[in-house]
Design a protein around this ligand. Structure first.
Ligand code: UD1
Length: 347
């Protein structure tokens, strides 16, 4: 019997590459499409090393309907997991149209092609950013979506609506939006991990680059929040746990008897850590001392957000298995592997 093929857009990226591995582990056939706008070709070789064979890959832009149409016609997908998107909050404020064009446009192209080629299962990368500063914590999937504070965040909200409207129109589509909290860590083999381009915006790559001596010190953005130690609270989830949820979501969608459905699930651990707790957990997990200073708040940051994972656990049948300490150790091992390389844009 031939394996079910799943299109993984952005499959050379951080979360996409880990999901490709988990798809193979679960008996699916990932087909990767990436344009290397924020990723690197060597990731594909490393992926082959992990799974023990090469994976089908196409270099294409998901906004290129003709190119994507040829891939759809050739591969006959069972489902699509759509990761390919721009994700830098600050950059999205400078270049909103690039974000709307890339993030929203590519989803529309994929949904059109899914209709044309009768592909019925979609998993979409959404974000806890849709909740803004939640009124109730932990935040569950019924919490109101709040006005986005960046074009990036707005693209995630719009994409969720585009999918909902498509499902409501009667297209035979079972779509799951996964709202990620803060993905960290790397594969235990240290063959794939996060590759921030230039100076990292996100906390954990900044921590590992500081410990590696690439950055002089970490600035903790604010210690005057109303939290245990004054620094912001987030829900940090290991990327392999996150990847497994995508595989589960494809299976979940196919198990449902409806022909059209849309649902959302939080992907987090359910526990929040402060920035300072994460710094100390990193020191404990790795034995490295971290230089840090406390600086002013970063504009746009929410004070605390962590997931209510009841629905993911009870309905999706998924929960995290890897601790934050192990995630930080994996992130550090990955940093040691890439050494002091700082990645620059390929395009
Ligand atoms: C950010 C985005 C979110 C996006 C996610 C993944 C915002 C408001 N949110 O989440 O929409 O989905 O990235 O790309 O930008 N921190 C420091 N020092 C640093 C870096 C971060 O103290 O050098 C703190 C931040 O203030 C925050 C925490 O670490 O409290 C996590 O920051 P980060 O990794 O950037 O993720 P988010 O801001 O939660």
């Amino acid at each position: 019997m031939s394996l079910k093929k799943v299109l993984v857009t952005g499959g050379a990226g951080f979360i996409g590459s880990h999901t490709a591995v988990e798809l193979v582990n679960a008996g699916y056939e990932p087909v990767i499409v990436d344009n290397f706008s924020n990723s690197f070709p060597f990731v594909l070789d490393n992926l082959s090393q992990i799974v023990g064979r090469s994976l089908t890959f196409y270099e294409a832009d998901c906004n290129d309907k003709e190119a994507m149409g040829r891939i759809f016609a050739k591969e006959q997908f069972y489902g699509v997991i759509h990761f390919a998107a721009y994700k830098a909050v600050g950059e999205s404020v400078q270049k909103p149209l690039a974000y709307y064009h890339n993030n929203v446009g590519s989803l529309v192209v994929l949904l059109e092609l899914m209709a044309e080629h009768k592909v019925k299962h979609l998993v979409f990368s959404s974000s806890c950013t849709v909740y803004g500063e939640p009124e109730k914590l932990p935040v569950d999937e019924n919490a109101p979506v709040q006005k986005a504070n960046s074009p990036y965040g707005n693209t995630k909200q719009i994409c969720e609506e585009v999918i909902q409207d498509t499902v409501a129109s009667g297209q035979e589509l079972k779509a799951i939006a996964l709202r990620y909290f803060n993905p960290i860590g790397a594969h235990e083999t240290s063959l794939i991990g996060e590759l921030p381009i230039g100076v990292p915006n996100n906390l954990v790559p900044f921590i590992t680059q500081t410990a590696a001596g690439i950055r002089k010190e970490l600035t903790v953005f604010g210690d005057d929040y109303d939290t245990r130690d004054g620094s912001c609270v987030r829900d940090y989830i290991h990327v392999v746990d996150l990847a497994k949820a995508h595989v589960r979501a494809i299976a979940y969608a196919s198990e449902q008897s409806e022909t059209s459905l849309y649902d959302t699930f939080n992907l987090g651990t359910g526990d929040g850590s402060t920035v300072l707790e994460l710094v100390h957990a990193f020191e404990k997990a790795t034995g490295e001392k971290l230089n840090y200073v406390v600086g002013p708040r970063r504009s746009g940051d929410v004070e605390k957000v962590y997931a209510d994972v009841t629905k993911s656990s009870e309905v999706l049948g998924w929960k995290t298995e890897i601790s934050v300490e192990d995630a930080l150790r994996d992130a550090w091992n990955w940093q040691l592997k890439v050494k002091d390389q700082v990645f620059e844009p390929t395009k």
